[in-house]
Design a protein around this ligand. Structure first.
Ligand SMILES: Nc1ncnc2c1ncn2[C@@H]1O[C@H](COP(=O)(O)OP(=O)(O)OP(=O)(O)O)[C@@H](O)[C@H]1O
Ligand SMILES: [Mn+2]
Length: 268
């Protein structure tokens, strides 16, 4: 018994901050008396002074911790040298998971940046990411399918692209996130080109062939024209691009001409 107390003691020694994932108010109040406590979750239940909002229901604790650390660093709640104890839930409805991390030990994944610093609204990014992830999980009629969504700064994106076909969203005022619209996006993903989506989530166009300048765009080797176009358009504009690869099934996000996030739909 004392050995396990020793181990837990080491985990909780010399902490600079505590991350609480989905905390009870009483636990927050208790810990906040003695520690710097940061609530990381969909909602700020305890009305904590320091709060990092999770825009997605990340299932893996690793993803939640990563998002929390990147968010807390950006908001300057913690520094890179800080040791953080993360308290969360993985299996049960109550606290069952303890993770200790040093904030600076993370190689920044860009997930926080993707949501918070994109031009489009975080909810729009989340909705597009959700469509891409669902499409990656199920494919279209069971077959793997690729898709390219260019989100935000739509006027400029339209100027850097041309239509491949009649735009089915012309004159319509529909938004990503609406279940019917999500079905339409999945249907149209079988066809060529990119979707262009506005900052507020309006579907501006399908079937766009992107023609940004690809000069100096450095995307990982092995990715093809769809990914190159995605990377390049985000360097030429302030858009974020979310891409589902037909060949490897991964969802990737690009911003400022760079790959900022890579995730496997099967893990979501
Ligand atoms: N410039 C572009 N603008 C819009 N869509 C494009 C562009 N280039 C390619 N695509 C789309 O991407 C599809 C796949 O092209 P390609 O295989 O070269 O890309 P990729 O990066 O290897 O993607 P995947 O991993 O899905 O195969 C094309 O059929 C086309 O629909
Ligand atoms: Mn390909």
């Amino acid at each position: 018994m004392s050995q396990i107390d020793d181990v837990l003691g080491r985990l909780s020694a010399d902490l600079d901050a505590i991350f609480l994932f989905a905390p009870s108010n009483s636990l927050y109040d208790e810990l906040a008396e003695a520690y710097t406590v940061i609530v990381v979750g969909a909602e700020n239940g305890p009305d904590a002074e320091r709060f990092v909002e999770l825009p997605l229901d990340f299932t893996a604790i690793d993803d939640r911790v990563r998002f929390g650390v990147e968010g807390a660093l950006e908001k300057e709640y913690v520094m890179e040298t800080d040791d953080i104890l993360c308290l969360g839930r993985t299996y049960a409805d109550e606290l069952d998971t303890i993770v200790r991390v040093r904030a600076g030990e993370f190689v920044e994944s860009g997930v926080y940046d993707l949501f918070v610093n994109s031009r489009a609204e975080p909810g729009v990014i989340r909705n597009v990411l959700e469509v891409a992830v669902e499409l990656g999980k199920k494919g279209q009629k069971g077959k793997p399918v690729g898709a390219l969504f260019v989100v935000g700064d739509a006027g400029k994106v339209m100027n850097k692209s041309r239509p491949l076909s009649y735009n089915p969203f012309e004159k319509s005022h529909v938004h990503v996130g609406d279940p019917i619209v999500n079905v339409m996006l999945k249907e149209f993903s079988r066809l060529d080109g990119a979707f262009v989506i506005s900052d507020s989530g309006k579907i501006v166009s399908a079937y766009r062939y992107l023609e940004p300048s690809a000069e100096g765009v450095d995307i990982p080797k092995g990715l093809g024209a769809r990914h190159m176009a995605a990377g390049a358009v985000t360097r030429d504009t302030n858009a974020t691009a979310i891409v589902l690869s037909e060949s490897d099934g991964l969802v990737r996000a690009f911003k400022g001409g760079e790959l900022i996030l890579e995730l496997d739909p099967e893990e979501y």
